[in-house]
Design a protein. Sequence first.
Length: 464
Amino acid sequence: MKDRSQGFDLARLLEERGAERYELHTRHLNHQLPRMLHTLGFDKIYERAEGAYFWDADGNEYLDMLAGFGVMGLGRHHPVVRRALHDVLDASTADLTRFDCQPLPGLLAEKLLAHSPHLDRVFFGNSGTEAVETALKFARYATGRPRILYCDHAFHGLTTGSLSVNGEKGFRDGFAPLLPDTAIALGDLDALRRELKRGDVAGLVVEPIQGKGVHTSPPGFLREAQELLHRHKAVLIVDEVQTGLGRTGDFYAYQHEEGVEPDLLCVAKALSGGYVPVGATLGKDWIFKRVYSSMDRVLVHSASFGSNAQAMAAGLAVLAVMEEEETVANARRTGDLLRERLAALVGRYELLHEVRGRGLMIGIEFGRPSSLKLRSRWAMLQAARKGLFAQMVVVPLLQKHRILTQVSGDHLEVIKLIPPLVIGEPEVDRFVTAFTAVMDDAHSGGGLMWDFGRTLVKQAVANR
């Protein structure tokens, strides 16, 4: 094939312009992102990555406990996924003709459905929020009802439909009117009963473990909610965009509870292999057949890039690697070890209140200390902005120990750990050692950590 690149050289472009990355974002993209990164000292220049690690321009190694918000389930640049993408590109497939049936989408759907035998069909989109949008549309059409229930503090995406079932006020402000949806507390079956009695509910969408705060649905809630919904001819939508594909130590998080069989299931993130955006909505046959009820409705819901060959190849490679390398079992085993070792520190540090989660989705919550000296410092932070102490922990983990983590939502004193599912005992040792050092510094009442806390307070006050 003739080379039609016309001199385009990506490596040269990055070499010549890569150092401008923060300036380019400031001028042309979300200008608040570089500002935030500069404030926290997170404005690093990362040059390469592999597995659970990446390296900056000076050759320093960093441990990734964030996994791109869960996208890098297999870590970065897994060789099997890379090879699958090279193979599909080299094959020069007649992709996205829109008027044929390529094999890769069917093969990936078959593999996904094998892990959810009570579900029958799959729609492929391009992201988690698209997977949720699909589920909302399908639930409303299949039931003939307009209203979706969701849980307080939920995060299902930021497009208009998924934003309607987002339980965080800060994301919703200024974007009304949204869809006719209603929030209930996670685990509140009485509230669910009350809403269902109104007769206009299409379904309930729920995360088995909420990403914001890492709150697990109470034992029995999903099963009982499912029974109530079906009694009222509504459907259960389970959002596994972050929790699915092994994150919690089972293939899906809902599988921790016996008897739960969602009517619609949303997955994304880790299915991409960290390369090609993909989202999938799995559903029961009767729902799909109502939505696609005739040839006239064949394109009533579609996506221009949905089912593209690169995304399908990446997804198939991810599932093959998970089986070959027993990724789910590793997530359960390593997650149990990490959670147990962190939980053992709760009695040692008065600022550390709880460690919770499942598999490699772990929340570390901080709270009001008992000693007078630390209480006064804690009160200073809380008065400026809730969540600053957790940020004070995240910053030295990166700056001093080269470990990337995140605060689990705005105004929360919770750090969320969602590392690549391929980590093992060495990474657990490294994180626990670093976290212990940071907590020792915090409880000393002095040092750079509290100096940085005062900087955060000033910034929070200035932003009001």
